[in-house]
Design a protein around this ligand. Sequence first.
Ligand code: HEM
Ligand SMILES: [Ca+2]
Length: 515
Amino acid sequence: MQWGQIITHDMSMQAGGTQSKKHPTRCCTDDGRLIGLDTAHKTCFAIIVPPHDPAYSQVGTECLNFVRTLTDRDSNCQYAGGPAEQLTVVTSYLDLSLVYGNSIQQNSDIREFQGGRMIVEERNGGKWLPLSRNVTGDCDAVDSSEVCYRSGDVRVNQNPGLAILQTVLLREHNRIADALAALNPHYDDRTLFQESRKINIAQYQQISYYEWLPIFLGAENMLKNRLIYKAPGGSYVNDFDLNIDPSVLNEHATAAFRYFHSQIEGRLDLLSEMRTVLGSLTLSDWFNRPGIIEVGDNFDSLTRGHATQPEELTDINFDRQIKHFLFRRNMPFGSDLRSLDIQRNRDHGLASYNDMREFCGLRRAHSWEDYSDLISVPIIEKLKSLYHSHEDVDLTVGGSLEAHVSGALAGPTFLCILTEQFYRTRVGDRFFFENGDKITGFTPDQLVELRKASMARLLCDNGNRITSMQPEAFRTVSGSNPIMPCTNIAQVDLTKWIDQKPYATADPSAHYGRK
Ligand code: HEM
Ligand SMILES: [Ca+2]
């Protein structure tokens, strides 16, 4: 057995799946009935709802739409004789492709080509993501005047939290570009764009690896496996390895990383600067309707809400908003994210839970009872009633039932996959921000600054009028993580990017010492 790779070249987006809106290919009728196999599109793999389903039986839904991910077979580029491999349409590096796009063409469509900036549009005194050119296609818009965004990633409109994050990262790019333009008046648009992008990506990698991932993977586990380093100061980590394939593991994108769907909270609080609750939104009212973030003070209040209200537990329970009401538009029920995850596991033909356990160095189970080292007995009893054999348990199911490793938010099998992925994502990236490459790396002075980047500072700098935040924005407010004025939160000092020399891009050969 070996790791399964999703083919490409932020973390994968499977081609042709159900990432955001309703898929144009319909495998069920509008009222949730199955379309006969003879008439359904060949990529259909509809989810059959049992008649006794506690939610869907209320409205007689017997079929949930599911369209198979496109593979190399569909695109006539199949590896000789190998099994079908899923295709992805985004880059697999942590390169903020969600902001900058996945190709030169996508990038050109969202760049301003002035002052190094990305396109933002002014509405109601604020700077927002540019509008989609196909509002009713990209969003669940009631009419074509509704706000619907265009960005580097088509999922931007999927939920309000994501639209906020996309906006914050876009504004951050322009904030950096404006600062660099003031510090280096001799820089042209292209230099400003590339340098700002490079800083924005570095901050994003710093935040992802040093602030966010430790909560999920455990800081000790990350240190031990060389995903992060202790107190690096201004020193480089030159761990780039040409032999490490940085593309996204199928087991990661289709099982392990989706486990965090369990954390999704269906109620989105709106909070004042004093952190009093002004109201709340219901997630399923706002799938693919991102315009809500531009209404009144919602951008700031929702941002404070996301930073303040706790996530749901990482466990076997999933919020009704995604379990019954995903993309429901104004219908009483929608789709079920948990079912989609399980069906996607089968669509991609992932290895079984038992095989993956063994591959990760855990004990292979030879009977149901052998799972009791990691899964509780009542849950094993439930599994027995659902699967014919202990060998049949899907990876996405078994992995999410394991007791968590101490200090992490996943059991050993998922943690093995997540750790392998995030090791590859850094070590396989020759531009990872901690690398000391003479041409592409940062100076030690700049690295010291980048290591001060935080989610709190990003939210402070790119809200409309957010003036306070807790320093660890991914953690709830507490005595040791109190709300404080933004001015007290460390800032990346961009004066370390003052470039004394005339910039050398006019003569790229100068970099390589060629004549
Ligand atoms: C409101 C929040 C979210 C919603 C509504 C949502 C919804 C979805 C949907 C509909 C899909 C595609 C399902 C399919 O057809 O196979 C998906 C994929 C995925 N989601 Fe989420 N998700 C959310 C948050 C998250 C979070 C917080 C994480 C991880 C921390 C996550 C990780 C993933 C991953 C890894 C995939 C597979 C992406 C790919 O490879 O194509 N999602 N999500
Ligand atoms: Ca949960």
